[in-house]
Design a protein around this ligand. Structure first.
Ligand SMILES: Nc1ncnc2c1ncn2[C@@H]1O[C@H](COP(=O)(O)OP(=O)(O)OP(=O)(O)O)[C@@H](O)[C@H]1O
Length: 710
């Protein structure tokens, strides 16, 4: 007897290959229709399954014009007999007719539960999110009306904030005696892109004869701005010309520095109109918002070109997106929306790659029309946990280049030549690509750093380069092929690293003030800082090299080294935990790290868990009040997004699974600031780098239509 789609779905659900939710949704939808109920059940289940996988829609036809349903079901690894029957059934079904005949499926109509746009099937809510987000993004990208005199004024202020620091250059050059090296450093520092028109002989003469930094000032004429291009300055210029700006770049490319500089320029622009702007900083998680607060603070301290009175206008705190929008318990809606917008003039969103489609829509729907929105992130990192890949989709418009108008505006503001930019051949006045800026120059990793080179090679999918980097002896990378089992090495390193904070905590038990909450808070602040220096990152949760097993092994190793005493209890002095579910009432968020500390000699009694809040204060909770959490010696790469550590130990499992992707490996590597220990078999590593995440979404298509690019 021929199998039905519902038979296959039942099998998939029993095997755990689709969620029970997907199967039940399919049954529900099939009960609602009078004809083709089996087919409707099938596509409903696949749509629900795809949403669970982070896709916004079920793609029927992919970019290459190929039928995509076969690709979706091929992921299930069913027996060849069932697969053959299923594929045949899919190919024989006239899907467009079935969709046309189904009264539950509409075409861009709000009253239908499902929407089909010719290529993609959506849950109505997601279609609305996507459509409205595309509209909001396009409206926000519109150019501001700037008079020439205003441009000149803003341009000269921009020059004051982002300027050539000849002191630093003089210092760099003074150490060099080789002419070629001098040329390289000089051109790199000044971001020279047009070398042909420069008179190197005259420049070299200035460099050789310079006795003081001031002597280099003549380079302003010899190397004019028009032969240079600094994308940080371009980002600031874009922020002045329109309400929407996206800055994407890997770690260390200067996103925080850039946003600090451009905020100074924006404050100045508002002040020209006698307005003191309300600035808000947000990030998707508590951890990321604490990081943003801290990094903007550090950046502000270092940037001398921003006058102290201007620094006074900078916010000193960041919040989470949920807190900014105002969560309504048990609802998908927020307190703030189009009718009740957030009171903000400039909004900076960090770690924007982690923001999913529905959150991004809610955000854009809640900010007033006049406000400036700046998204910061790394488009090449893992996408959001929930459906969508908004940052990646928006950044894909970078390939179209600036419109001619925008290139001219940026040139006027920066002094760079408009010919330096890639300009669209479409006659577009406003375009989403006019709002994009990609930072690629790395200020953190120099050419001797392996981490920077490895991250780049992984990102470009250059397998042979990855292999040769791992074979070279870079001081900041150690590679261990776990074919032969490097479990013990991982544990040894972690006992040493975690031993530092645990020894401090054990010492603390002996102090006379151990019972005082204030003293505990001070100790907690110190050990949380030490704990944040190193982390073991796993690609998966389960299995020998998964988070669960490794957390247990690390605990055993720490017990053997007498660094912790568990005494059969879950909670013990020194246990690090990570919150895995937001609790708005307690103010604890997914990804927050806490340390369990006891207030007496008996290490399992009177325990409290201490967390550092985004404002730097420490708060403690009784363990039994905490929302969902887990031990945090090891964490998944997914959960590590938005965090950075001096030393990262990253481990991939021995068996390939579809979770292992280029984006996952890149995200893991880029969590390391100073050292990376990579434990992986070369074949698994290569296969992971060759596997790219492609999320189904119609956002690019909708934006193209709205931007006259199709
Ligand atoms: N134009 C610049 N000239 C010199 N140093 C710079 C410049 N821009 C940034 N840096 C330095 O490079 C380092 C990294 O910069 P920053 O923190 O802004 O990068 P980031 O992209 O925000 O990094 P992450 O994503 O890791 O937080 C900092 O030490 C910063 O001072």
């Amino acid at each position: 007897m021929e199998i039905t789609f519902l038979d296959v779905l039942k099998l998939l659900s029993e095997k755990g290959l689709v969620r029970l939710l997907d199967y039940q949704f399919a049954r529900f939808m099939s009960d609602q229709v009078y004809q083709n109920s089996d087919e409707i059940a099938f596509i409903s289940a696949l749509l629900s399954y795809e949403l669970g996988q982070g896709n916004v829609c079920l793609l029927f036809i992919n970019d290459k014009g190929e039928k995509n349903l076969l690709d979706v079901v091929s992921k299930f690894n069913l027996s060849s007999d069932i697969m053959l029957q299923l594929n045949k059934k899919i190919l024989q079904t006239d899907w467009s007719q079935i969709i046309k005949d189904c009264y539950l499926i509409g075409f861009q109509d709000e009253s239908h539960p499902l929407i089909f746009d010719g290529l993609r099937l959506y849950l109505q809510r997601y279609w609305q999110y996507e459509y409205n987000l595309a509209l909001c993004l396009t409206n926000f990208s519109v150019s501001r009306n700037l008079q020439y005199s205003e441009l000149k004024l803003l341009g000269s202020f921009l020059d004051q904030i982002i300027y050539r620091d000849y002191d630093i250059l003089f210092h760099k050059l003074s150490k060099l005696s080789c002419s070629i090296q001098r040329k390289k450093i000089l051109y790199e520092y000044l971001d020279v892109i047009s070398f042909d028109r420069l008179n190197w002989k005259a420049i070299e003469k200035v460099l050789i004869n310079a006795i003081h930094a001031e002597d280099l000032k003549v380079l302003d004429t010899l190397i004019p701005q028009s032969s240079c291009l600094n994308w940080q300055k371009v980002a600031a210029a874009i922020a002045l010309t329109r309400n929407f700006l996206v800055i994407s770049g890997g770690p260390g490319t200067g996103k925080t520095t850039t946003v600090t500089q451009l905020l100074a320029v924006l404050i100045y622009q508002f002040q020209q109109k006698a307005i003191t702007p309300i600035i808000k900083l947000v990030a998707p998680t508590g951890k990321a918002s604490a990081h943003l607060t801290q990094s903007i603070g550090v950046s502000l301290k270092h940037i001398v070109s921003i006058a102290p009175e201007l620094k006074g206008y900078f916010p000193t705190e960041a919040s989470t997106l949920h807190a900014l929008l105002g969560m309504i318990p048990n609802s998908v809606n927020f307190y703030h929306n189009q009718r009740n917008p957030i009171n903000v003039d400039i909004l900076v969103v960090d770690e924007a790659s982690m923001v999913d489609l529905s959150m991004m829509f809610n955000l854009l729907n809640s900010i007033p029309k006049h406000a400036r929105l700046i998204l910061l992130g790394d488009k090449d990192q893992l996408s959001s946990v929930e459906a969508g890949s908004v940052l990646g989709d928006v950044c894909s418009f970078y390939q179209y280049g600036f419109s001619y108008n925008q290139a001219q505006l940026i040139a006027t503001l920066t002094g760079y030549s408009h010919k330096s930019f890639f300009i669209q051949n479409v006659k577009n006045k406003n375009s989403i690509s006019d709002s994009l800026c990609m930072l690629t120059k790395n200020y953190r990793f120099d050419s001797c750093s392996g981490i920077g080179q490895l991250a780049k090679a992984v990102n470009f999918g250059e397998i042979s380069k990855v292999e040769s980097i791992l074979k070279k002896k870079f001081t900041d990378i150690r590679y261990f092929s776990i074919k032969h089992g490097h479990y013990n090495h991982i544990l040894r390193v972690l006992v040493r690293e975690y031993g530092t904070y645990l020894k401090s905590l054990n010492q603390f038990l002996l102090s006379k003030d151990v019972g005082k909450l204030e003293t505990q808070k001070q100790e907690a602040k110190k050990v949380l800082k030490i704990f944040s220096r190193c982390r073991l990152l796993c690609a998966v949760r389960m299995g020998d090299f998964g988070v669960v097993t490794l957390n247990k092994h690390i605990e055993y190793a720490l017990i053997s080294s007498q660094l912790i005493q568990i005494k059969g209890k879950t909670w013990y002095h020194g246990r690090p935990i990570m919150i895995t579910k937001n609790d708005y009432e307690l103010g604890l968020f997914n990804g927050d790290i806490g340390i369990c500390i006891c207030n007496g000699i008996d290490v399992t009694s009177h325990l409290r868990v201490f967390f550092e809040l985004p404002d730097g204060n420490i708060r403690s909770f009784s363990p039994n009040r905490l929302p969902e959490h887990e031990t945090a010696y090891a964490m998944t790469i997914h959960k590590s997004q938005g965090s950075e550590f001096d030393l990262v130990l990253m481990v991939l499992p021995l068996k390939f699974s579809k979770i292992l992707t280029k984006e996952l490996v890149y995200t893991g590597i880029t969590r390391a600031k100073s050292s990376l220990f990579l434990y992986a078999s070369m074949s698994i590593l290569k296969r992971s780098i060759n596997t790219k995440i492609q999320r189904s979404s119609g956002l690019v298509n909708k934006l193209k239509k709205l931007n006259n690019l199709v």
